[in-house]
Design a protein around this ligand. Structure first.
Ligand SMILES: O=C(O)CCC(=O)C(=O)O
Ligand SMILES: [Fe+2]
Length: 297
C-alpha cells in the first residue's frame, strides 16, 4: 500500500460509507471536512495565539513525546472560528455518536482539542495509540467498544517532508496492542480543510519535519463520557467563553451533564444536587447546535 492508497471520501459522502471504511482500515480521510473559510478564520485566530506561545516541553518521557519544537494550544479558548465551526460540525458529531454511543446510556465529550504545529527540524513523534491514555482499554478486543476516536484536520498542507501524521492502516485490529512495529506506515498527505478520522487503537504519530515550513493541524480527540478527559476544560475555559457556545458545545467541555440527551439532559454523571450542571449554574447557551426543545435552559 502507498500513501496515495489511503482511503478517502468527500465530506458529502454518506456517513455509513465513511463508517464502513473507517471500520475496515481504522482510519478514513474526509476531504473538505472544514470549508476554506473555516480554515482561513481558524488560521487567523491561531496565528496570533501561536506567535506568543513557546514550543514544547522537555523532561519527562511523555513531555518529550509532545515535541520540543512543536507548539500545542487548546482550541476552545483560542479560536472563535473553532467554537463556531469545527466544534459544531454535524458530520463529526454524527460519526462520533455512531461509533461511541453503542449503548443508550452512552455519551461523549472532548478529551483534548488542540492545534499542533510541528516546527522545522522537529523529530518524528514516537508511535503510539491514543487509547494508551486509558490503558485498561487495551484489554478490550477489536470486536469490542472503542475508548476514543480522533478527528485530525490540516490547516496547512500535510506532506511527507513537513511532518504529516504517519498512520499504520488496520492496526486497530491488532490483538497485541503493546506491539508498535507495524508492517506499513504511511504519511497522511492532505490539503488544508481535509481531515482524517482514526481509531484510538490505530498506531500513528506525528512525522519528522525536514522542511523550513510549519505544519499546522488541529486534533479533536473525543472519548466516552465515563472517561476522564486530558484537559480540565471547565476549570480553564472562562464562563464568558462557554456562554458563547451552543448547548452541545458546552456539553463537549463539561459545562453540561450529558450529550446526546435522548434520555434527558441529566444523564448519569456530572450533576449538581441531582440537577443538570449547566441548569444548576444558570448557564446561558447560544441556541445553535441540535438541541431538543426544552433542554437548553
Ligand atoms: O501531530 C500529529 O500529526 C500527531 C499528534 C498525535 O498523534 C498526538 O499528539 O497524540
Ligand atoms: Fe496521537
Amino acid at each position: 500500500m502507498k500513501a496515495s492508497d489511503l482511503p478517502r471520501l468527500p465530506a458529502s459522502a454518506n456517513p455509513d460509507e465513511i463508517l464502513k471504511i473507517y471500520r475496515e482500515y481504522g482510519l478514513v480521510i474526509i476531504e473538505g471536512l472544514l470549508s476554506p473559510s473555516e480554515v482561513a478564520s481558524m488560521n487567523q485566530d491561531l496565528d496570533t495565539a501561536l506567535e506568543n506561545h513557546a514550543p514544547g516541553k522537555a523532561g519527562l518521557a511523555w513531555e518529550e513525546s509532545l515535541g520540543k519544537n512543536t507548539k500545542r494550544l487548546p482550541l476552545a479558548q483560542n479560536s472563535r472560528a473553532y467554537r463556531e465551526g469545527m466544534l459544531e460540525n454535524d458530520l463529526i458529531h454524527n460519526l462520533t455518536e455512531s461509533i461511541l454511543c453503542d449503548d443508550p446510556m452512552e455519551g461523549y465529550h472532548i478529551s483534548c482539542a488542540q492545534v499542533i504545529e510541528i516546527g522545522p527540524g522537529q523529530a518524528a513523534q514516537g508511535l503510539h495509540r491514543d487509547q494508551f491514555l486509558w490503558p485498561y482499554w487495551n484489554m478490550i478486543p477489536a470486536s469490542g467498544p472503542e475508548a476514543c476516536i480522533n478527528f485530525f484536520c490540516a490547516l496547512t498542507p500535510f506532506t511527507e517532508a513537513n511532518g504529516a501524521t504517519r498512520v499504520a492502516p488496520k492496526t486497530h485490529l491488532d490483538d497485541d496492542l503493546g506491539s508498535l512495529n507495524p508492517p506499513c506506515l504511511l504519511p497522511v498527505e492532505i490539503k488544508p480543510g481535509d481531515g482524517f478520522l482514526f481509531s484510538g487503537r490505530l498506531i500513528h504519530g506525528g512525522g519528522e519535519n525536514k522542511t523550513n515550513e510549519h505544519r499546522r493541524g488541529v486534533t479533536m480527540l473525543i472519548t466516552r463520557k465515563g472517561l476522564m478527559p486530558e484537559e480540565a476544560h471547565c476549570l480553564s475555559i472562562p464562563r464568558e467563553i462557554a456562554e458563547t457556545m451552543s448547548y452541545r458545545g458546552q456539553a463537549m467541555y463539561g459545562f453540561r451533564s450529558n450529550w446526546p440527551i435522548k434520555n434527558g439532559p441529566l444523564g448519569t454523571f456530572w450533576s449538581d444536587n441531582n440537577d443538570e450542571i449547566g441548569r444548576s449554574l444558570g448557564l446561558k447557551s447560544r441556541t445553535m447546535g441540535s438541541v431538543p426543545a426544552g433542554a437548553a435552559h
